[in-house]
Design a protein around this ligand. Structure first.
Ligand code: KG4
Ligand code: ZN
Length: 372
């Protein structure tokens, strides 16, 4: 609908430079440039390489997004940009670009939380999100369970990984199996030819003793080590490593824990909608297992298509559009020449914080936690 807000979103928190444009819940453009190939030989994202790649990609990606949507910067009602969490140098490129464009075109600017944006992107495919909902965000940088009671005003973290993120575990296991980077899609494919029950790998933080302190937290570092030890033992014995069986068994351990905890979070909070986002949400086994387990409890699972699960600009635009529609105003976020002058010291970005130990500062659409 033409009277819905036209919002442009910029994402640069990790290795994808994304610029998305939405009108309300309608996706008009989703331009993406990835530096993933530049990181492949290191087996993980190198922050400085990512920052430089963002710097080179941001303007062309912006131009592509505007062309794809058939709009100009002047048509845009608001600019949203990922303000955290993420790699500091990478975030800086997106934030600086957003401020520059906002200043040039005199547009309001929303600094949004990356995790909340992963949740919001689902609205582009499946419409408004029933609230409350439980969101599980699983990517290379984070594994979190969130209670989404009001996306416009914040989300409540229930738990997160205490060591490796789920995608990081996929990447590290793929590396030790010599499969390449990023590991998730490769393990997903390799697992199709394997037996998920052939090796029983540990399920982190699922023991009865962990329930009190870590009911909704994850741990994948022990699993990764268990895979490494298992592979080493085979190699020491001079036996071939059954790569597909290891992939399938490892993937099963990750998906078992993720889905069990997500369903538990839904049941314990009386919530009947589960949204899954982040790169690992593209995993074929995770999607099937989540559906199967949720159906038993009449819980609806919403997962965006794989291209929207991984980092992109559309998710940031989607959250920005939600904030604009909800009438959220961001004091101090409107970029003025005065603010830009003070910007190098970071005084105006993030906007002035109201520090109080009892209530940590919150971005609109950000979790109620001390996250950036
Ligand atoms: O959300 P994302 O693009 O970037 C971060 O915010 O990290 O997620 C990237 C992560 C990588 O670790 C990648 O291996 C994983 O998502 N991933 C997958 C699959 N596709 C991507 N993991 C498991 N199965 C997949 N099919
Ligand atoms: Zn992400």
């Amino acid at each position: 609908m033409p009277d819905e807000p036209l919002v442009l979103g910029i994402e640069t928190s990790c290795d994808e430079t994304g610029v998305g444009i939405v009108r309300g819940h309608t996706l008009l453009a989703d331009a993406l440039a990835s530096s993933v190939e530049q990181h492949a030989r290191f087996g993980g994202v190198v922050p400085e390489v990512a920052s430089r790649a963002h710097l080179e990609a941001i303007v062309p990606t912006m131009t592509r997004a505007l062309d794809e949507a058939g709009v100009t910067l002047a048509d845009i009602d608001a600019i949203a940009v990922t303000a955290g969490p993420g790699l500091a140098g990478a975030l800086l490129v997106g934030v600086a670009a957003a401020k520059g464009y906002a200043l040039a075109a005199d547009k309001p600017i929303y600094g949004v939380n990356h995790l909340a944006a992963h949740v919001a992107v689902d609205t582009l495919e499946h419409g408004p999100l029933p609230e409350p909902a439980i969101a599980m965000l699983v990517s290379g940088g984070h594994s979190s369970l969130l209670l989404v009671d009001d996306l416009a005003h914040g989300v409540t973290p229930l738990g997160a990984t205490i060591d490796d993120a789920a995608g990081e575990a996929f990447d590290k296991v793929a590396r030790l199996l010599g499969l390449g980077f990023p590991g998730g899609p490769i393990i997903d494919r390799s697992a199709r030819a394997g037996d998920p029950a052939s090796i029983v790998f540990p399920r982190g933080l699922t023991a009865a003793k962990d329930q009190a302190a870590h009911r909704f937290d994850f741990s994948f570092s022990g699993l990764k080590t268990a895979v490494a030890r298992w592979v080493e033992a085979r190699e020491r014995a001079g036996e071939p490593v059954p790569v597909s069986d290891v992939s399938a068994s490892f993937q099963e351990a990750v998906c078992d824990v993720l889905t069990a905890k997500a369903i538990d979070a839904c049941l314990s909070h009386g919530v009947s909608t589960l949204v899954i986002g982040g790169g690992v949400a593209a995993n074929s086994r995770l999607r099937v297992l989540a559906e199967q387990r949720a159906a038993k409890h009449h819980i609806r699972v919403r997962v965006p298509r794989p291209g929207l699960c991984t980092d992109n600009g559309a998710m940031v635009a989607a959250l920005g559009s939600h904030l604009v529609a909800a009438g959220v105003r961001v004091p101090g976020c409107r970029v003025s020449p005065h603010e830009v002058k003070r910007a190098p010291g970071g005084e105006s970005w993030p906007p002035p914080r109201r520090r109080s130990p009892a209530s940590p500062p919150r971005w609109p659409g950000t979790p109620r936690s001390p996250w950036p």
